[in-house]
Design a protein around this ligand. Sequence first.
Ligand code: FAD
Length: 487
Amino acid sequence: MTIKTSLVWFRRDLRAFDHAALHHALRQSQTVHCVFVYDTAILAALPRRDRRVDFIHASLAELAGELRQLGGDLIVLHADAAEAIPRLAAELNADAVFANHDYEPQAIARDATVAAALTRDARLWFSFKDQVIFEKDEVLTLSAKPYTVYTPYKNAWLKKMRAEPGCLAPFAIEPHAASLAPPRAGTPVPLPTLGELGFEPSNLAELAIPTGMSGASMLFEDFLPRVARYDVARDFPALKGPSYLSMHLRFGTVSLRYLVRTIVDLMDRGGGGDGAPVWLAELIWRDFYAMILYQNPHVEGGAFKPAYDAIAWDTGPEADAAFAAWCEGRTGYPLVDAAMAQLNQTGYMHNRLRMVTACFLIKDLGIDWRRGEAYFALHLNDFDLASNNGGWQWASSSGCDAQPYFRIFNPITQSEKFDASGRFIRRYLPQLKALGDKEIHAPWLVPRMLLEQKNIVLGRDYPEPLVQHDEARKETLERYAVVKVVA
Ligand SMILES: Cc1cc2nc3c(=O)[nH]c(=O)nc-3n(C[C@H](O)[C@H](O)[C@H](O)COP(=O)(O)OP(=O)(O)OC[C@H]3O[C@@H](n4cnc5c(N)ncnc54)[C@H](O)[C@@H]3O)c2cc1C
């Protein structure tokens, strides 16, 4: 079928290469327009200084530039996307709109609204898998059911990837770029400024967080020589262990197919050491959680295992005060507080620390995991509903393949093990700098006199611990007794 005019709607796929929707639109259409919508339905809930909006803003400038290099253009709107896309399709007289799949419940509902409006206008809606390698029900158990346990899912995923190598093939853009619609009369229109969108610049540039396709490529180049040691280095927050690509995967400034292809090729050539398969396994976790959310939309707001919804969490002013202390990094547990400072100052948090802080909120403070999930959603640069929910439900033991409810991280032991010399803690809690490597993990255990010598007064320079871990642990085991029978 040849379509006269199409519109490609960019969402979480801000790149001009290896792009499923753009590839299909170009191959099937005579003329292809491209659009990105700053969706007021999403932006309304965000703080006015948001690194993600900054990131999108910078990444769109690069995307628009790339599309122009290819002979096309990027239309950028600031509107309610569900109304704006059918309206723009009508204005352009587009016969079809192309986009890539999204698996979040609100996005699925929005896309259904757009598709219905297009159909009413006798236009077509096409969407494609792009942000994951395998989606929906592509990886099923032998009894044709969705997996709920990660390791067998991973094995089936790997087997399918080997059996169908085409799943990693790139969706070429350049050879088909002649179909891109040239800039319309009166264009290029300058992209809206952050101010015009109602936002202020965040500290993204100050943090030197690389943006756009070039930023993603730079991070991956930097990571490749380190991948062989990823299996070890990834657990120590003071080290440059992981790839820092999560924000790019979130906004699609990098192609997941390219990442997987590169790592698999490396492994096939005997490279990548012990780290490459571990890193690949993390990318598979991402597919796994996207599949879990798609198959079980009830996880947004409720426990994957419904029995866990019966747990009574602490509420009221004391719980609110404890939650505020956790958010602001004032729990008195240095590793937890340093991790929260990292999140609050940079929007990133190391994976080990996401586990530690989540576990602390739920199992030391007795606070509903959904409150922590929402806080992360607001502050994480890489916030992704599926992975964030999966991570929180893992920590609260309510998720698929979660840690057992009786497994409760000891925040001091975690600190001694994964930040033994306190390097990470000192980076974010300079007021504890003077403490020794052994003392820094639990300052309240350090004799007062010694603290005084170091000019540290608990309660003045750093908080007393909010709870005693051993007592909190006992309370948590009692709290979880309601699920014991079904766990
Ligand atoms: C409570 C909690 C909340 C989380 N929230 C998010 C979130 O909102 N967005 C997000 O992308 N990740 C989330 N994660 C997963 C993980 O912490 C981050 O993906 C990782 O820290 C990002 O850093 P990186 O890119 O350097 O990762 P790397 O270690 O380099 O891993 C490479 C990529 O694999 C994927 N990945 C790694 N670990 C996981 C995982 N456990 N689950 C799913 N995908 C994974 C990410 O896309 C990541 O960019 C969460 C984990 C927990 C425990």
